[in-house]
Design a protein around this ligand. Structure first.
Ligand code: SOE
Length: 389
């Protein structure tokens, strides 16, 4: 009999949908599954929202009391998909209750909060994961494989972007993502950290940054109904407005510990860019290019390709590539956001069953918060800022 793992999911919004889909689908893709996740309880502080999430996301029970749920002996995994301001409190309580934890990104609002979470999971000896899901795109994992096999040689340069346009309209609603008290930061924490995760995964750790940050849209219309509205839908341009106190845009240079250099740009105000999460990596023996908007594809060029055909080739990921034995049997059938979450769930369950910490875990999440803070600090001072060891 395959082991089962009971999941308590705290939060029932957009990310709750993605995680619930992954719990249901993971054993359908990866069989034999390392364990079967059971959608046991979904929690929302609003009881009606919790009940809606239960019905919609296929959980057995609904609750509005996360503390009571975390204390239950039948819960194995606590899944935190709430806004950033509650990650630390819930994760620390879950660790103290001996639960394995997956927490949405960024790990917390600040490095200090993240350190408290890391200390708690270390003290409890539980498995922990932070949900930077994009490294679970097969094409990204393939890039990692090529790099670790030395196929493009020593890495010289990493250029990453994360460009979206859901907040480009200055009258789009004031999501919690524009509120420092809840989010911690803006483009840096919300999307820049995804690229920082990829840069660390693919190239290595970052030792210093020199950044610019900017807030273009200083106020936005208040949103109604407590729902996290991303974008211009339901906008209420003539209604009352609230202040944006986080960065809209970041641009940073990077120095990697291994001597490589790089850059990251992130904004949610780039009309025409939807989920333009890209990287271009140059090594001494080749280059690799990825664009999440074409996420089935990886472009590569190798220095030892014959000169007359040397140029970027496009690899469509499929069964021959990372996670290919579990996903779809033919390249080009399509990898999506859900698949990245299914793979994430698979790696989490494998980690719990094997007792080996997955990556990225809370140690990575803390390190990424230190880098995010250095970007924000450099954005204010204009100075190169070292990341504390
Ligand atoms: C909004 O920018 C957002 O939902 C991010 O918060 C997610 O991390 C990203 O995956 C998609 O865009």
């Amino acid at each position: 009999m395959t082991k089962t793992l009971n999941v308590a999911m705290i939060g029932g919004g957009f990310m709750g949908k993605a995680h619930a889909l992954a719990y249901a689908a993971m054993p359908m893709f990866f069989w034999p599954a390392p364990a079967i996740p059971v959608r046991k309880v979904v929690v929302d502080i609003n009881p009606a929202a919790a009940e809606t999430a239960r019905q919609r996301f296929g959980f057995e029970e609904a609750s509005s009391d996360w503390r009571a749920v975390i204390a239950r002996p039948d819960i194995d995994i606590v899944d935190i998909v709430t806004p950033n301001d509650s990650h630390a409190e819930i994760a620390i309580a879950a660790a103290q209750a001996g639960k394995h934890i997956i927490c949405e990104k960024p790990l917390a609002r600040t490095a200090l909060e993240s350190k408290g979470m890391l200390d708690a999971v270390n003290a409890a000896g539980v498995i922990h994961m932070v949900a930077f899901n994009y490294r679970r795109t097969p094409a990204v994992a393939l890039a990692h494989k090529f790099i670790t096999e030395g196929r493009i040689g020593k890495i010289l340069n990493f250029r990453g972007t994360y460009l979206q346009d859901w907040s480009a309209d200055p009258d789009s609603p004031l999501s919690w993502r524009f509120n420092k008290k809840i989010a911690g930061s803006g483009s840096v924490g919300d999307i820049g950290t995804h690229v920082v995760d990829l840069a660390r995964y693919l190239v290595g750790d970052i030792s210093a940054v020199n950044a610019m940050t900017h807030t273009y849209v200083k106020t936005r219309p208040l949103q109604s109904g407590g729902v996290d509205k991303l974008g211009a839908a339901d906008k209420n341009a003539s209604g009352p407005r609230g202040a944006v106190d986080v960065d809209d845009e970041m641009l940073t240079m990077l120095r990697f510990a291994n001597g490589a250099v790089g850059s990251i740009e992130a904004t949610r105000n780039a009309y025409g860019r939807n989920n333009f999460l890209t990287f271009e990596i140059h090594g001494e023996r080749g280059s690799i290019v990825f664009n999440y908007e074409r996420r089935d594809e990886l472009q590569v060029v190798f220095a030892d390709d014959p000169a007359e055909v040397r140029g970027f080739r496009t690899i469509y990921t499929g069964p021959a590539h990372p996670y290919g034995d579990g996903l779809w049997p033919i390249p080009g059938l399509g990898i999506g956001y859900t698949e990245t979450k299914i793979v994430e769930c698979y790696d989490l369950c494998k980690a719990i069953v094997s007792g080996q910490q997955p990556s990225p875990n809370f140690a990575d999440g803390y390190r990424i918060e230190l880098i995010a803070e250095a970007i924000l600090h450099s954005g204010q001072t204009g100075l190169w800022t070292e990341i504390p060891a």
